[in-house]
Write a protein of this length. Structure first.
Length: 284
């Protein structure tokens, strides 16, 4: 429900030379002044009446105000308590859900670099020269190299740091992926993160070996990370005699379901990368 903020009143001031006006012109001046005040009041009332309609009109794409307002809504969403995972039904029987997938990956995850870049520049940090500078930066970044739900995987052109917003999103995705594995009856796998924060030096090195790498990389702002969809890290249970292996495309579909849900909630942009075999994700 939107709240209507009353428009600020406008004032019409009498000129200092009012006393010098001819007495015959004073009544006309007062009538014009009163008419102007009534007109201002009518405009203010109309603006207030139509306030709710205005709030539902789409704002310009890429607007800074839109990006910030959306990020605040997502902050409240991700700060809400998580719902418990139901593993059994009312009769105590295990609850299992089918893997349904998302259909065509490109259609489901179409967010191009330009779309993600506008948000990354607004919500992220300023680009960093090199990795030493990234390690020395005391504010604005969170170390994500050690987590029980995901692993960093061959970070040859990036370093394991993200802004807090992106780090929280990565935790949310990893938790939801783990929960989804449990309710679908699959063993524990960790996600493999293939790219996080890239410094200017990292981008320069990457472009030497990959001509398709973008100079305007979202990874420079600490808001973006890549998750592999072809490889996952199997965590073995030392107390289990049977170490079940899951077909990677099945795990890919489970991850895609999690990312689809997050994208629909508005927490992130997602691009399905074919050549890099990853989901390219920017926190919103």
């Amino acid at each position: 429900m939107g709240f209507c903020q009353e428009a600020s009143p406008e004032y019409v001031f009498l000129p200092q030379s009012f006393s010098s006006l001819n007495s015959a012109l004073r009544p006309l001046y007062f009538k014009l002044t009163v008419a102007a005040l009534l007109l201002c009041g009518l405009i203010s009332r109309c603006a207030c009446t139509n306030c709710s309609d205005i709030s539902h009109k789409p704002l310009e794409s890429g607007s800074s105000d839109t990006i910030i307002a959306h990020s605040q809504r997502i902050d409240r969403l991700l700060s809400a308590p998580r719902k418990p995972v139901r593993l059994t039904d009312a009769d105590g029987q295990p609850v299992k859900h089918r893997v349904r997938g998302v259909g065509d990956y490109k259609t489901c995850f179409p967010d191009l670099n330009d779309v993600q870049l506008a948000t990354a520049e607004r919500l992220g940090i300023s680009s960093i020269a090199d990795r030493q500078a990234a390690q020395n930066q005391k504010s604005g970044l969170v170390y994500v190299g050690d987590n029980p739900l995901y692993r960093m995987h061959h970070l040859s052109h990036s370093t394991p740091y993200l802004v807090p917003r992106a780090a929280r999103l990565l935790d949310e995705i990893a938790r939801n992926f783990t929960d989804s594995l449990r309710v679908k009856g699959f063993p524990f796998y960790k996600l493999l993160i293939t790219s996080v924060l890239r410094t200017e030096h990292d981008v320069e090195k990457l472009r030497r070996v990959n001509v398709n790498a973008s100079e305007n990389s979202c990874h420079r702002f600490g808001t973006t990370f890549d998750i592999s969809y072809n490889s996952f890290y199997r965590v073995l249970d030392p107390e289990s005699k049977e170490q079940r292996q899951v077909w990677p495309p099945l795990l890919k579909d489970i991850l895609a379901e999690v990312l689809r849900d997050q994208r629909q909630l508005g927490t992130c942009y997602v691009k399905y990368e074919v050549h890099q075999a990853c989901f390219h994700i920017t926190a919103r």
